[in-house]
Design a protein around this ligand. Sequence first.
Ligand code: NAI
Ligand code: BGC
Length: 271
Amino acid sequence: MDPFNRKKLSGQSALVTGANSGIGRAVAFALAAEGASVAINYVTDDQATQDMIRQIQASGGKAIGLKGDVSQEGDVQQMFRDLIAAFGTIDILVNNAGIQRDAPLHTMALKDWQRVIDVNLTGQFLCSREAAREFLRRGLVPERSRSAGKIICMSSVHEVIPWSGHVNYASSKGGVMLLMKSMAQELAPFKIRVNSIGPGAIQTPINKPAWDTPQALDKLLTLIPYGRIGEPEDVGRLAAWLASDDSEYITGTTIFIDGGMTLFPGFATNG
Ligand code: NAI
Ligand code: BGC
């Protein structure tokens, strides 16, 4: 194939967790557009998953749906077996699945603390462990990529910005930060890259109350110096780049994509 027209992820296969809505959906489409075969993990809404598969196939790509809860070891192991049976191996894991169960500290139920940690943090551990096992077994395939595997963790600005009323969520993302960095340190000698994306406010179902009325959106925009809410496609483009050899020398880093939310916007006119 003409090297100038070669898609950046041609011949590679990817798993995106929580991929049939919001950011995960945009990431799956962005990876497919760069030529990756994509496994769409989901827990609910078979229809949305089937629609995505049809769209990817209609544009000449390959996609499968994999139902499973990322917090359950058995589900994750089955998902990887099915993925490898379908695509032969995995080159890219995007740990995207995540939830919020918000409450003030003094009323937060243990089950809401635990569920958020289970999905957002343990889910990333379980999927990363299976991906690492396959990357290490297979090793480098230079015709496909200069790295032997890529893991992208969907973190958040809340890996560094404390978030009152959301201690479970902020703790899970703070945990993802050191999970990512420790995995990156451990796996770099094997040419496996691990990075995080730290989105600010992106318009998806997870934060609908923060953007679905003009008043809420105005309030949210006071936290975003760049003056607009993020779109899932902003994150999709970044994920495709982080998965590609264009970012080959980057490992162990969080790239914030937040319109400046981490710039302490309250200090722009204060302090
Ligand atoms: P979303 O609610 O549209 O997507 C979350 C996805 O995870 C859904 O498809 C949901 O079904 C799936 N999911 C939930 N529990 C699961 C489980 N146990 N196993 C597998 N999948 C499961 O929300 P969004 O915004 O697209 O969230 C995606 C990721 O981005 C999350 O990790 C979230 O924390 C992160 N994020 C989102 C931001 C935003 O402003 N929207 C900002 C920063 C991070
Ligand atoms: C949360 C969203 C929030 C955004 C910015 C994300 O991690 O899931 O609800 O809008 O951070 O605060």
